[in-house]
Structure formats: C-alpha cells, structure tokens
Design a binder for this molecule. Structure first.
Ligand code: ASP
Length: 336
C-alpha cells in the first residue's frame, strides 16, 4: 500500500461559512473524513502546517510547506497539498524551485466549492490528486484539478467559479485522471533529485503596465523591492512617450543592483522584446531580463528563489535563463 502524506493548508476546499463569509475551518483530519475511500486505498497521514485562505499565503508559508515535505520526504511515497485556488499557481511554482527534480510526486489540489457543500468538486479533486500521487510514473510538482494534471510552473487560475479553474499555459497537460486512472500525455523519466532550497527573497513584486503609467510608480516600488516583474503589453516593451522618464527610472534599478524583468500581460505565447524598438531599447540599454515563455506568476517566484541565493547580476541572469521544471521553453536562437 502506498504511503502518502496530506498537507492541508486551508482554502475553499476546507472552508465553511463563518459569520463574515467563507473561511478555512476544517483541518486535515476533517477533510479526510469526507473522502473515506482514500484512507482505505492508501496509508495516509496528515499534517496541517498552516490554515489559510490562500489570499493570505506568503512566501514564508511556501517555505513552511516545503519544509514539511522535506521533513517527511523519506517517510512517504508522495505528497498531496490541499490549497486554496487563488494563489495555488504561485505555491506550485515555489515548490517547483524549492524542491527540484523530485522523484516523488508533490501534487497540489483544491476546490471551487467547499467539501461540505453538496455540489462540491473537492471530493473528486482529492481522489484524483491521491490517485496521481500514488502512481509510480508521477514525479515532480504538479496541480491536479478537474481531471487535469498540470506541471507546477505552467499553471494559471483562469476561471473564478467553474470547475475547470486551471489551465496549463503554453505547455501540454501532463496527464488526465478519469475514474481514478491516469492517462499520460507526457511520460516522465524518474528524476535524479530531490534538490532542496530553503531560502527566498520576498521583496519581489509585479506591476501591470497601463497606458500612461508614470515613472513615479516605479520609483516608489524601487524603494522597497529588490526585483520587479513588469507585465508589459504584447510581446513586450516599455513606453517612452513620457520623454524617456520611465526608461531612465528602469536604468536606476540596475544601477542599484536591483532587477527588472519584463513579461507580458497577454495570457499566452510569452514575450519577444526584440521585435519592437520600445522593447529592444530597454533590453539593450537598461539590463532588464526578459521572461519569454515563463508565466508572470512563475517569473516572480523564480526571482524570489534566485535572489534567495545570490545578488550577483550575472549569476541572477544565468539562473533566470536556466530552465527549471519546464518553466522556460527553449527555442534555438533566443539567447544569442
Ligand atoms: N479564496 C480561496 C483561496 O484561495 C479560493 C479557493 O480556494 O478556491 O483560499
């Protein structure tokens, strides 16, 4: 019998109506009571390192969750992390950097409706997540939701209410789970890890460009951040219709050994900043990094992980452009 650890962290899946709205109330044991067959099929233990609406999940909580997995890594065959959907993509990315090349599956799941409701998706998502975590062909960090298995660095929440809340962005689903069976689209070789990291620099955030945004917004952010991910327009560029004030401001980040990375607010297909002058100029003149096919969520978390290791610009650049867990799709000729 497979030995699996449930790491419950809160979210809608574990919520009930409090006096002021839905809030996480059920602990890990209560969750398991709603899916009794799971404890018949597998040997399951449960821990509850945090109990949060994932709106409140912070980078330090990612370290706590990763710490639980590290602590129990040798004792279990796989891990299921029950998590709120709102920031699940960030946590999945974080675990993908903090625990690399894991031969044992680390599977995040959650629900759009609480497990205590009649029409919940929580039970099927938990059954699917456990089935995937128990399968010998499963490795690494993934999200199992609505029957889809999505690699941890490529997931995005794309629907606020429907069951198919998550999509895999610019990358195929790894597998589908139907009636407890795993149908793999991408067979995986057993990786040679795990390799754990335990540091993160949380002073990274993102800003979404809007037409006419002022350089002063970036100046204010520079005071408190070590890195900024700019969600720019289209294939990527920085406006210069303000007489170049924003471009000059971005140069200051580099002068202060701070990082600006550019991604796109367009959901699919990533950046290609060399195409337009508004993009190529900041790449050439300001030392910005380009996210290419990384999702904005992943770019933010990757910089947190990298800055937890080093503040050396060349090393930051090297690590940012080194693919981890399929976060960045290589394309011949991109980085010449
Ligand atoms: N606000 C909830 C959370 O992310 C939403 C959910 O779990 O679906 O914790």
């Amino acid at each position: 019998m497979k030995k699996l650890l449930l790491i419950a962290t809160g979210g809608t899946i574990a919520s009930d109506h409090g006096t002021t709205g839905l809030t996480p109330m059920l602990d890990a044991g209560a969750l398991l009571k709603h899916v009794p067959k799971i404890s018949e099929m597998y040997q399951v233990d449960a821990v509850q390192p945090v109990n949060l609406d994932s709106t409140n999940m912070r980078p330090c909580d990612w370290l706590t969750i990763a710490g639980s997995i590290r602590k129990y890594y040798s004792a279990y065959d796989g891990f299921v992390v029950a998590h709120g959907t709102d920031t699940m993509a960030y946590t999945a990315s974080a675990l993908s950097y903090l625990i690399q090349l894991s031969p044992k599956p680390i599977v995040l799941t959650g629900a759009q409706k609480s497990i205590v409701t009649e029409d919940t998706d929580a039970r099927i998502n938990l059954y699917d997540a456990f089935a995937y975590a128990a399968d010998p062909g499963s490795h690494g960090v993934s999200i199992v939701f609505d029957g889809r298995v999505i690699t941890g660095t490529r997931a995005r929440k794309v629907r606020t209410k429907s069951r198919n809340a998550f999509e895999s962005v610019d990358f195929p689903n790894l597998a589908m789970v139907r009636d407890g069976r795993i149908f793999r689209y991408i067979p995986m070789a057993r990786p040679e890890g795990p390799f754990f990291s335990d540091a993160i620099d949380a002073s990274v955030a993102s800003v979404k460009l809007t037409p006419g945004i002022g350089a002063n917004v970036f100046t204010a952010l520079r005071m408190s951040l070590n890195a900024l991910v700019v969600e720019s327009f289209g294939v990527g560029g920085v406006p210069n219709s303000d007489g170049g004030a924003l471009v000059e401001e971005i140069k200051k980040w580099r002068e202060e050994n701070k990082i600006v990375a550019v991604t796109t607010q367009v959901p699919y297909e990533g950046s290609d900043m060399g195409v337009y002058e508004v993009g190529r100029r900041v790449l050439d003149e300001c030392g910005v990094l380009e996210s290419y096919t990384m999702t904005p969520e992943t770019a933010v978390v990757k910089l947190m992980w990298i800055l937890g290791k080093t503040r050396d610009y060349d090393e930051i650049k090297r690590l940012f452009y080194t693919p981890v867990a399929n976060d960045l799709l290589m394309h011949t000729g991109y980085y010449e």
